[in-house]
Ligand binder design. Structure first.
Ligand SMILES: [Zn+2]
Length: 141
């Protein structure tokens, strides 16, 4: 493998979002598929809107500011996942529901319904090529 040492580095991104609706860069944010008929928003790919049945979607930026709407403090998880952590559903200021975690609290028990949050990103591991996986969560605003 030593003959590969002098080759120019391949075009491998140094950061990869953990989900394709997370956009990285200087201004990380989420992107949703918004139904052009009823404005329902989805993070997964749909052939038709679950609310109105229409089949056209537009890619829209989701507001980074959010409010904590529902959460539970998780004390048990798969090996390698630090506990406790706060599993949450937040509502962004533009009305999008996002399933995520609340991160950055010094004590997870301080999570409270209605608390103001803002989107944040963090590294969640590096692969053999040095590409860092980036996840998102919501931190207290
Ligand atoms: Zn719709």
């Amino acid at each position: 493998m030593s003959d590969e040492e002098n080759e120019a580095p391949a075009e491998v991104p140094t950061h990869l979002p953990i989900v394709d609706y997370l956009v990285l860069g200087d201004d990380p944010h989420l992107v949703a598929n918004e139904c052009t008929g009823c404005e329902a928003r989805y993070f997964d790919r749909r052939n038709a809107c679950a609310r109105c049945g229409q089949g056209e979607f537009a890619s829209v930026r989701v507001d980074n500011a959010a409010t904590l709407r529902s959460f539970s403090v998780v004390h048990r998880a798969a090996p390698g996942i630090p506990v406790p952590y706060v599993s949450a559903i937040v509502r962004t200021d533009d009305g999008t529901s996002v399933r995520s975690n609340v991160v950055g609290l010094d004590d997870p028990m301080k999570a409270a319904l209605g608390m103001r949050l803002t989107l944040t990103t963090y590294g969640c591991g590096t692969d053999d090529n040095g590409t860092e996986c980036v996840a998102f969560g919501y931190a207290a605003a």
